[in-house]
Design a protein around this ligand. Structure first.
Ligand code: NDP
Ligand code: OAA
Length: 275
């Protein structure tokens, strides 16, 4: 089966994840594509010698006619830019999955995807096991519980700061207890995985979430436990953080790469995938 490589690819956000994905596109995934980035108005992008069309207005990006966009900017960009891109026929990879905790955003994306005949591609991000959860839910899930642990300073700039002095945390400290709808809203840069679990499994209100500032871990630890008619599932990931952003797991960037590879090569099995 032939590869389906788009020629114009836009990055929505060029932070820790965006820069990794950009490098992967240039080096491996789509070296012949022309790339663009949507940045905040007024933001200057250093000229690092790489050919990159830079837009600060969505309308200008739409006029560039991207065929594929990769969102790695945050919840506001999912709400504001993704529906317009889909409506224009552009497939969009979504990393900030927590934005889909808002039913209004979900239905705007669904409606725009139908109107533009384009695909929203929701990545698994920093979590795994979603294929099993998706299958298991068909026979009924009794409970789904997610527990996330990160080193205390990875919770900086979040409501966790109101629960404890992060720099002085010496014992594992619960900073959030609730369900995935609340978690993904309150922790938009740390709890996108709860939305991915909710979408694959029991839904936002029936996915129990505990978030912990844990000085005993030096990784972003994600634990998932589900029980249902199918049996039980237990999964634990200890993810290395991205050097440029300790809140974000390396695996989140890699999951975008994997989603892009699958998008470009829907049915092929490359020997290079086996190693
Ligand atoms: N699904 C998952 O498992 C995970 C998902 N994520 C999601 O991915 C997002 C990106 O993560 P990461 O790269 O580590 O974060 P960074 O903070 O390193 O990068 C985010 C980038 O997006 C840019 N940005 C923010 N708002 C806008 C906007 N309105 N228009 C254009 N650009 C914008 C920022 O620009 P500026 O620097 O100017 O603010 C920054 O360059 C996170 O916010 C989170 O929502 C992250 C980790 C895991
Ligand atoms: O990258 C991670 O470990 C998880 C994360 O930040 C998120 O889900 O938003």
């Amino acid at each position: 089966m032939a590869e389906r490589k788009p020629q114009r690819i836009a990055l929505l956000g060029r932070g820790a994840i965006g820069q990794r994905v950009e490098a992967a596109l240039r080096e491996r995934l789509a070296p012949d594509a022309t790339l663009a980035a949507l940045v905040r108005p007024g933001k200057t992008v250093p000229d690092d010698g790489a050919a990159l069309a830079v837009f600060s207005e969505l309308e200008a990006l739409l006029a560039w006619r991207p065929e594929l966009a990769i969102e790695c900017a945050g919840h506001a960009v999912v709400a504001q830019a993704v529906p317009a891109l889909l409506r224009a026929g552009c497939d969009v990879v979504i990393a900030s999955v927590g934005a889909l905790g808002d039913a209004g955003v979900r239905s705007a994306i669904e409606e725009a995807a139908g109107a533009g005949q384009a695909r929203p591609i929701v990545v698994s991000g920093a979590i795994g096991g979603l294929d099993a959860l998706r299958a298991a839910r068909r026979a009924g899930l009794h409970s789904v519980r997610y527990t996330g642990r990160k080193p205390p300073l990875a919770w900086a700039g979040t409501p966790a700061e109101a629960r404890c002095m992060l720099a002085e945390v010496r014992m594992p400290t619960v900073v959030f207890e609730g369900h995935a709808a609340e978690a993904s809203r309150a922790y938009p840069k740390n709890a996108n995985v709860t939305a991915a679990v909710a979408l694959a499994g029991a839904g936002f209100e029936r996915t129990a979430v505990t978030l912990i500032a844990d000085p005993r871990v030096d990784a972003n630890v994600h634990e998932l436990h589900a029980e249902g008619v199918f049996g039980t599932l237990s999964l634990r990931l200890a993810n290395a953080p991205l050097p440029d952003n300790p809140k974000t797991s390396w695996l989140a960037a890699l999951s975008i790469e994997a989603a892009l590879h699958a998008h470009f090569n829907p049915f092929s099995i490359h020997p290079s995938d086996w190693s």
